[in-house]
Design a protein around this ligand. Structure first.
Ligand code: NAP
Length: 248
């Protein structure tokens, strides 16, 4: 078990069935939070995350919701409230990356990236503004791609940059209730999907370009989220925090 800094708190992590979201869910549970593990399609993977948390002495529940559907975002909050009485910490981690030069981006991919990365963040923040408990936390998992400008990443970066802008606004609006709102920007982070999808040269270049000399791990990003969610993180709000080993 972790440091129990989140005892008595309820955390809702979107896209927590694998990758970075899974790492965040497991870490927040180890720190004492009861955790809602949101997933879209893989019920078995989400159930595995819940089992792992419970085997380590924590508490977690899996809730299916597709964040591209507004009604399902509302339902996700309701399910969390029914399971644990309310939400203190909301981590908007679910996201989608697609890379193509502007000349080759399809209308469908543009729609998809803005729906899952930007509009879903709006839907989560709107629900957070209405329902997150006072003293709560919102953390968006954005990307270092909003800081570096590279060919083929324009639409992905634009969709995440829109989400970061909403986060910055929410920090101003929710501060009076003691709620902090921040973005965390991972660099290249070693998840199964990312390693399977990226070409080896790109991965090697990311490793070479990272002053700390390796790719990030989900646990690296989870540690930053755990800090922001903890009482010690309470004076930081409205920030976009780079977590890429110095890559950007
Ligand atoms: P991943 O392994 O592909 O996992 C993404 C998670 O989001 C999955 O659990 C997926 O569930 C869920 N998800 C996707 N669309 C959803 C939707 N419409 N509704 C609900 N859940 C949905 O991703 P990852 O690499 O861990 O990345 C997590 C976040 O970090 C993303 O926002 C990504 O942009 C960001 N990021 C990642 C990296 C990296 O190098 N890995 C770098 C910078 C930023 P299903 O499989 O069921 O769809």
């Amino acid at each position: 078990m972790g440091t129990a800094t989140l005892d008595g708190r309820v955390a809702l992590v979107t896209g927590a069935s694998r990758g970075i979201g899974r790492g965040i869910a497991e870490r927040l549970a180890a720190d004492g939070a009861r955790v809602v593990v949101n997933y879209r399609s893989d019920a078995r993977a989400a159930a595995e995350v819940v089992s792992r948390v419970e085997e380590s002495g924590g508490r977690a529940a899996a809730v299916r919701a597709d964040l591209s559907r507004p009604a399902e975002v509302r339902h996700l909050f309701t399910a969390a409230e029914e399971a644990y009485g309310g939400v203190d910490i909301l981590v908007g981690n679910a996201g989608l990356a697609r890379f193509a030069p502007l000349a080759e981006v399809s209308d469908e991919d543009f729609e998809l990236l803005f729906t899952v990365n930007a509009r879903a963040t709006f839907l989560l923040l709107r629900e957070a503004a209405r329902r997150l408990r006072d003293g709560g936390r919102f953390v968006l998992i954005s990307t270092g791609a909003t800081r570096t400008v590279r060919p083929a990443s324009g639409v992905y970066a634009a969709s995440k940059a829109a989400a970061e802008q909403l986060v910055a606004t929410a920090a101003k609006e929710l501060g009076p209730r003691g709620i902090t709102v921040n973005s965390v920007l991972p660099g290249a982070t070693r998840t199964e999907a990312m390693v399977a999808g990226a070409d080896p040269d790109t991965l090697a270049a990311a490793r070479r370009g990272t002053p700390l000399g390796r790719l990030g791990e989900p646990a690296d990003i989870a540690a930053v989220v755990a800090f922001l969610a903890s009482p010690d993180g309470g004076w930081i709000t409205g920030q976009a925090l780079g977590a890429g080993g110095g890559l950007f």
